[in-house]
Design a protein. Structure first.
Length: 210
């Protein structure tokens, strides 16, 4: 008989590296959340999907809220991979910032996991991770983008850079949570804020009309 929370080959599962198990648990939790909504997902469900004990899930994440935070942070890391590529897409700071913001907003709009947080059953329970308790997400994004920007545009490195990156990240997240206009419009608006804060010229045609 296979103990509850395990499946055949459990001994081999125990020998799987912790990072691989953690990733499998997060993959399973994300799929369950998208399908059933946050409130319906139990730690046991996640354990069963991977073939480990429920205690393994608790040991890894502490509790269900810890699992949710880990999910959001990992999703944020994946977004930041795309942001890195967008920032690399142009030597022009304005265009690069606009591309990074537009990528984030467009990807979020098409992301089933993001939709589950914003509109799914029990999604309101997770909204604090993108609003009042978003600091871990903001911190991770700020640190990574500041590092990238200072490397790609060393002339803007300094005290002002972390401040404007923090502002741009928070503005972008606010539009992820409550989109009001097309991603390209919002992206150019946030890029203008960044350029003006840093004291640089806004490219011709980037100014709003009317």
């Amino acid at each position: 008989m296979v103990p509850k929370g395990t499946r055949p080959g459990g001994a081999a599962r125990d020998a799987t590296p912790r990072r691989a198990i953690r990733d499998e648990l997060l993959d399973a939790a994300a799929a369950l959340l998208i399908q059933h909504g946050y409130r319906s997902v139990r730690m046991q469900d996640v354990a069963d999907a991977v073939g480990v004990s429920r205690q393994t899930v608790y040991n890894e994440f502490g509790d269900k809220w810890g699992l949710a935070k880990a999910l959001v942070l990992r999703r944020g890391d994946r977004y930041l991979d795309g942001v890195d590529e967008a920032l690399n897409s142009s030597d022009d700071l304005f265009s690069a910032v606009a591309a990074a913001v537009e990528f984030t907003l467009t990807a979020a709009a098409d992301d089933p996991f993001q939709k589950a947080i914003l509109t799914g059953t029990g999604g309101d329970d997770l909204l604090p991770l993108l609003t009042t308790q978003a600091e871990p997400v903001v911190f991770a994004a700020r640190a990574r983008i500041v590092e990238h920007a200072a490397r790609q545009w060393p002339e803007i490195a300094g005290a002002a850079l972390p401040e404007i990156v923090d502002t741009a990240v928070r503005l972008t997240i606010s539009h992820v949570v409550l989109p009001t206009e097309a991603p390209d419009v919002v992206a150019r608006r946030i890029a203008r804020v960044v350029i003006r804060y840093l004291g640089g010229p806004v490219p011709g045609g980037a100014e709003p009309t009317g």
